[in-house]
Ligand binder design. Structure first.
Ligand code: SAM
Length: 226
């Protein structure tokens, strides 16, 4: 007798788990209904390795290829909420990873450019985002220097931990644009929301502790960091 659950039953199980996760995110303080709705519509199980699919709706970071991680759902929700993404916004993401954060931004209607330093991750993320119908521009390179072709950006989100706010990114923001970036030592950072208030002025606000893999590059950590 076939003991495998049917695909339809599996999909229902994931849907139920996804709804429970959304409820948990709301009770942890995520208030932006658009962000929660976007996350409720994206199959996170497809963004994790097959062996991890059963854990896709835990509120935790999970390992992906190249010793990197797909970020914790709470962190994705918080960073997206801080960015105040609205339809038509031009958003640059540094650290494509699995592509999940890029999917959330695209689902919210942003025009997304996402940079990843590992070609394999970028290739896999691009294939999955294409398959799901998200028109995200994926590029391989050092995201700490930004992506000049698309500047200025209404929002920039850095999904790896930086030693300092990368200046090239702050300078690629439009006036009024927001940069969300984890900053601090390699093992623990503080999430910052940096708003460009003028040609040469920025306002930085702390948004609480967080923990990310290191941002490696010219305006990040040395390669030896991981
Ligand atoms: N946003 C991803 C997701 O939704 O799965 C999670 C990103 S993971 C926590 C951080 C990613 O940043 C890794 O894939 C890592 O390779 C990438 N990264 C680190 N330094 C980078 C750099 N200078 N430029 C581009 N990507 C970088």
């Amino acid at each position: 007798m076939n003991q495998q659950p049917s695909p339809a039953r599996t999909a229902t199980v994931y849907e139920r788990q996804r709804q429970l996760l959304i409820t948990a995110l709301r009770s942890r303080g995520i208030q932006d209904d658009l962000v929660l709705a976007a996350m409720n519509s994206i199959p996170r199980e497809l963004f994790v390795p097959p062996a991890m699919m059963g854990r896709a709706y835990e509120d935790s970071a999970l390992p992906i290829d190249n010793r990197q991680t797909i970020s914790q759902p709470y962190t994705v929700a918080l960073m997206t909420q801080e960015l105040q993404v609205r339809s038509g916004m031009k958003v640059l993401e540094i650290g494509t990873g699995s592509g999940y954060q890029a999917a959330v931004l695209a689902q919210l209607g942003a025009n997304v450019v996402s940079i990843e330093r590992h070609p394999l991750l970028s290739k896999k993320a691009r294939a999955l985002l294409d398959q799901l119908g998200y028109a995200v521009t994926c590029r391989v390179g050092d995201g700490t220097i930004g992506y000049r072709d698309g500047e200025p950006y209404d929002g920039i989100i850095v999904t790896a931990g930086a030693p300092d706010v990368p200046e090239p990114l702050a300078r690629q923001l439009a006036i009024g644009g927001v940069l969300v970036v984890p900053v601090g030592p390699r093992d623990q950072q503080v999430l910052y929301r940096v708003t460009r208030t003028g040609q040469e002025t920025w306002k930085a606000e702390e948004r609480g502790p967080c923990k990310f893999v290191p941002l490696i590059g010219r305006s990040g950590w040395d390669e030896s960091a991981g």
